[in-house]
Design a protein. Sequence first.
Length: 144
Amino acid sequence: MSRRPPFYQKIMDRQQYIEKLLEHFDTPRHRGAISGADVVMSGGNPSCGDSITIYLNVDEQDRVEQIQFEGEGCTISQASASILLDKVQGKTLAEIEAIDYNDLIEELGRDIVLTRVRCATLSLSTLKNAIQEYYVSQGSRVAK
């Protein structure tokens, strides 16, 4: 029985990451505004024209009750927002603040997005800014 060369699986993994990004770009989850959101936070990457606006509603336990985004830009920035928001729905704000940027890059496919890190992490930085804005609006500067 012959074994596939070690790089074969890597190519397949790379292709799967690409397909995942394209699918989330073509059919984004959590896309659209939330009327009366607790927080609306915009972020952008002027160097390539990406923009993201996060709409966030938080419940009494500091858990994401509802989260949506609007935006324009490259496939990576927009797919990243869809993938990230899928992952954080129902999480606590503290859990989201603990997400490391490298975790998101791994989720998106490091070798795919490594040359576009600012695009890939725009959604996470905007979401973390939204959380800080939520704490400020609630009279607290830090997580509970």
